[in-house]
Design a protein around this ligand. Structure first.
Ligand code: MRU
Length: 372
C-alpha cells in the first residue's frame, strides 16, 4: 500500500544488505513513520512481543524472517548444531504471543523447509530466506484475493441501497498493517472503494492499544477512504439506528469449526450485529485457521498483556508521545487481549479461496485437503 505516495509492505529485506530485516515500527503511528532494522533473533522476538509489529499475518511473516535471521546466526560447523539452534530460536519466537496461530505456523513451516533442503548449511540458509519471502508474498497475495471476494458483499449491499454509501464497522486493525499488504477486514473495503463504490467505515478505537484509532484510521486516510473513529461502546447504538450495513473484522485464530478469536470486544460487536440483523463477516487467510482445535471458547489461548496498557493511555502532546494515567494509581487492572466469537454469530468467513459458512462443513468445503 502507499504511504505518502510511496509503495510499502510492512516487512522486507534491506535491498543493499539482505541480512537486515526492515519493518514499519507501528508503535509510532499515526504520529511518526519509523522504519526499524532487525538483525538478531532477540530483536525480532522483542518486535513481536512489544508490538512494533502486530496482527496475525504480520506476526507470522515476521516470525518467518526471524527464522531466516536465526539461520544466519546459527553455528555452521555441524548440521546438527545448526538445526538445534534453529529449533531453540523457533521456540523463543513462538513464546512471544500466544493467540495468533500464524506465529507457530510460520516457525514450523520454516523448520520443515530447512529440514527438507538438500545440501550443506549454506543451502539450508538459502531455503530459509526463500521460505521467509514465500510466506510474505503468499500473505500479500491471499489478502488481495480476500479483497476481491469480500468486495462482492459490499457491492451487493451498495446495489440494494441504490448506490448510497455502504457503512462498514470494523474493530481493531486487520488492515495492511496487520499483514504484509492489503489486510483482511480492510481489503474488501479498499477493493470496493477502488471500484468507485461509496463506502464509509466506522472505526472502533479499540482500547487499550487503540489499533483502530491509531492504525486503521491512518491506513484508511492514506488510501482516501471516508471513515469516522468511534469509541468502542458506540457500535450497538449505531446498529440500532440503521447506521451500519455490515461488520467486517479480522481474526488471530479461527477454528475449523468457525469460532473466531479476535481483538477483545469483537464478541460484543457480533452479539449486537446478530440482535440487529446485520451481517458479521470475518476475513482471514488460511494460515489463520487452527486445524486442530474444535472449541474456540474453551481451547484458544487468550493472551493477557501487562496491566499498564489499561491504566495508561499514550498519545501525542506538543509533538511528543506521552503516556497518561487514567485510573487510580493503585487500582489493579486486567488486560485480556482477545475474545472468541462463537461460529453461530458469524455470517461468513472471507478467505483467499472464497466465502464460506463459519462451520466445519463450510470451512472443509473450501479446504477439502484438510478433511482427515
Ligand atoms: O494485538 P494485535 O494488534 O496483534 O491484534 C490484532 C487483532 O486482533 C486484529 O483485530 C485483527 O483482526 C487480527 S490480526 C489480522
Amino acid at each position: 500500500m502507499k504511504v505518502h505516495g510511496k509503495q510499502y509492505r510492512t516487512i522486507w529485506l534491506n535491498e543493499d544488505n539482505p541480512k537486515v530485516v526492515q519493518i514499519i515500527d507501528q508503535r509510532h503511528l499515526p504520529h511518526k513513520f519509523v522504519i526499524e532494522d532487525l538483525t538478531t533473533v532477540d530483536e525480532v522476538a522483542r518486535a513481536i512481543k512489544d508490538m512494533h509489529v502486530r496482527g496475525a499475518g504480520l506476526i507470522g511473516a515476521t516470525a518467518g524472517f526471524g527464522m531466516y535471521i536465526a539461520s544466519l546466526l546459527a553455528p555452521q560447523q555441524s548440521e546438527q548444531k545448526f538445526m538445534e539452534a534453529l529449533v531453540s530460536d523457533g521456540e523463543k519466537l513462538k513464546a512471544t504471543r500466544p493467540t495468533a496461530v500464524n506465529l507457530e505456523w510460520a516457525v514450523n513451516r520454516q523448520l520443515e523447509a530447512v529440514e527438507a533442503a538438500a545440501g550443506d548449511v549454506k543451502a539450508k540458509i538459502m531455503a530459509c530466506r526463500d521460505m521467509a519471502q514465500t510466506i510474505a508474498d503468499e500473505d500479500a497475495d491471499f489478502c488481495r484475493r480476500i479483497g476481491e471476494h469480500g468486495a462482492a458483499i459490499i457491492e451487493e449491499i451498495s446495489r440494494a441501497k441504490a448506490g448510497e454509501t455502504v457503512n462498514v464497522l470494523t474493530h481493531c486493525n486487520a488492515g495492511w498493517l496487520a499483514f504484509v499488504d492489503f489486510g483482511t477486514a480492510t481489503a474488501p473495503i479498499y477493493a470496493a472503494h477502488d471500484k468507485g463504490i461509496k463506502v464509509h467505515v466506522w472505526v472502533d478505537e479499540t482500547r487499550p492499544r487503540n489499533q483502530g484509532a491509531g492504525l486503521t484510521a491512518w491506513e484508511l486516510g492514506q488510501h482516501g477512504v471516508p471513515h469516522t473513529v468511534v469509541v468502542d461502546n458506540v457500535g450497538g447504538h449505531l446498529m440500532q439506528h440503521g447506521m451500519v450495513d455490515l461488520v467486517i473484522t479480522g481474526t488471530d485464530r479461527t477454528t475449523y469449526t468457525g469460532d473466531v478469536a479476535n481483538k477483545i470486544g469483537t464478541y460484543l460487536k457480533a452479539l449486537a450485529a446478530k440482535d440487529n440483523g446485520i451481517p458479521f463477516y470475518v476475513g482471514l487467510p488460511s494460515s489463520t485457521f487452527d486445524w486442530v482445535i474444535r472449541d474456540g471458547v474453551n481451547e484458544i489461548p487468550i493472551e493477557r498483556r501487562d496491566a499498564t496498557e489499561v491504566k495508561y493511555i499514550p498519545g501525542q502532546l506538543d509533538g511528543e508521545i506521552r503516556s497518561i494515567l487514567v485510573t487510580p494509581e493503585d487500582s489493579p487492572a486486567e488486560n485480556y487481549a482477545f475474545d472468541v466469537t462463537p461460529a453461530r454469530l458469524v455470517t461468513g468467513l472471507i478467505t483467499e479461496r472464497g466465502i464460506c459458512a463459519a462451520s466445519e462443513e463450510g470451512v472443509l468445503g473450501l479446504y477439502p485437503e484438510k478433511r482427515s
